[in-house]
Design a protein around this ligand. Structure first.
Ligand SMILES: Nc1ncnc2c1ncn2[C@@H]1O[C@H](COP(=O)(O)OP(=O)(O)O)[C@@H](O)[C@H]1O
Ligand SMILES: O=C(O)[C@@H](O)C(=O)COP(=O)(O)O
Length: 417
């Protein structure tokens, strides 16, 4: 019976969590938005991919509770609130308000707060969040357009957005093992804390925290805490993965402007046919430009049917959110045009871009396939009845901007049929 329900604050974050759950033997599906239908009976975990990271806190809470209620109706009894491992939030939220509200809704007295994901370089020591060797406020996140992170102390960050005192469990206690962690968590709860920030520097720390909290109704964190959970198929986690179901043509669409995506794009350009979206043309004549790029892709596939084509969105001309939105819609329209020309396998770069593409293709649910990097995996799903292209199953990589090795866009294809 399926027991674990998760709400993730964005789509690539949901895939990240689902990837780690699959590694730990959970048969996991990701739903795009609130789950609406019964999952397959052998499902162990459902991750609802929401879009609550940067919206108004009241809306973020309402959407999260709506999803938790739906997960409860589907039989979930434990809940995982997934946010970004770089704790992307503002003084108003949304991590604190969502986590407190989910605790209240499910009757949980308190919940751990574990942003750490050591495999991706995110660690928490003495309450301070590090991104590789930099404190959060010195990392690439200091200039993030929506959630600039200017503080690295997770307790201070969270206190600003919480209605009750925020507790802490330091690394010396975590290192002492699950029993000591449990005692410290109970002490924090007894003194009034709802959310308790727990240090974690290694995977062993995450396993200890997972064991200390395995009876808690709610846990919260990045995806790292899932690497300590024990799923029903832990002894043979390969069996929980779906295999690729679609075939070529193949396309890579990169709307992400992160440094990691840029390095991956530069690497792929030396191996694959590529084009860059012309943002001026996208702003003036989006349909015409998208059709021209799609025709170019078709020509490449006519010559070499299995060779992926790469389309990236170029330099950011403007930080005007309207321009970003237009570029997102152009990438989504491009995915549809490519799907009309037969494309069934896509790598999409960037959380917002991934959301726009998946919605445009009409994909409502994804099963997790082979892992490509910490937090990145292939996934497969059918288009729903609202698909503009008709019945089709797609294999997609929805890549968080900051994840993956430089050769991800070329190496990924070896992992599927
Ligand atoms: N050349 C560009 N000019 C303006 N906006 C762009 C450009 N290229 C991409 N964007 C926008 O930047 C945003 C990137 O966000 P996202 O897809 O979440 O990736 P990431 O957060 O990894 O950068 C999207 O809204 C995308 O449409
Ligand atoms: O936890 C993480 O770091 C990721 O799962 C995540 O949420 C990344 O967000 P985007 O960079 O916006 O994709």
């Amino acid at each position: 019976m399926m027991t674990l329900g998760a709400v993730a604050d964005d789509l690539t974050g949901a895939i990240d969590l689902a990837t780690n759950l699959a590694n730990r033997g959970f048969r996991t599906i990701v739903t795009i938005g609130v789950p609406t239908s019964e999952p397959r009976p052998d499902t162990d975990a459902i991750v609802a991919a929401l879009k609550t990271r940067a919206i108004d806190p009241d809306d973020a809470v309402a959407d999260s509770l709506h999803a938790v209620d739906a997960l409860k109706r589907l039989g979930c009894r434990r809940f995982y609130v997934k946010y970004c491992s770089t704790f992307d939030s503002t003084a108003r939220g949304n991590i604190g308000p969502i986590s407190e509200a989910v605790c209240a809704r499910t009757g949980a007295g308190s919940a751990v707060v574990v942003p750490a994901f050591p495999a991706a370089g995110r660690t928490v020591y003495q309450g301070r969040l590090f991104v590789h060797d930099k404190l959060l406020h010195e990392s690439h996140m200091k200039d993030h357009p929506l959630n600039p992170m200017r503080e690295s102390d997770v307790i201070s960050l969270l206190q600003e957005q919480s209605s009750r005192p925020v507790g802490a469990v330091r690394h010396a206690t975590v290192h002492a093992g699950p029993a000591r962690i449990r005692a410290a968590l109970d002490a924090e709860t007894a003194s009034g804390a709802c959310l308790v920030v727990v240090d974690a520097v290694t995977n062993d720390d995450l396993e200890s925290i997972a064991r200390a909290t395995d009876n808690d109704v709610v846990v919260t964190g990045g995806s790292g805490l899932a690497t300590g959970l024990i799923g029903p198929h832990i002894d043979d986690p390969r069996n929980v993965r779906s295999s690729g179901q679609a075939g070529p043509p193949r396309a890579i669409i990169i709307g992400s402007v992160s440094e990691t995506s840029r390095t991956q794009t530069e690497h792929a350009r030396t191996h694959l046919p590529w084009r860059e979206l012309d943002v001026t043309a996208v702003l003036n004549q989006p349909e015409r430009h998208v059709a021209a790029v799609a025709d170019w892709a078709q020509e490449q596939w006519n010559n070499e049917p299995a060779r992926p084509v790469l389309v990236s969105s170029g330099q950011v001309h403007s930080h005007d959110p309207r321009v970003s939105g237009v570029v997102e819609q152009a990438n989504a329209a491009l995915a549809v045009e490519l799907a009309r020309r037969g494309a069934r396998q896509f790598i999409i770069g960037g959380g917002e871009t991934s959301g726009a593409v998946v919605n445009a293709l009409g994909i409502r649910q994804l099963a997790i396939g082979p892992e490509l990097a910490p937090g990145v995996a292939w996934s497969s799903g059918p288009a729903g009845p609202d698909s503009p292209v008709g019945d089709a199953t797609y294999d997609v990589v929805l890549k968080s901007g900051n994840f993956g090795d430089p050769d991800l866009f070329t190496a990924a294809w070896d992992q599927i049929t």
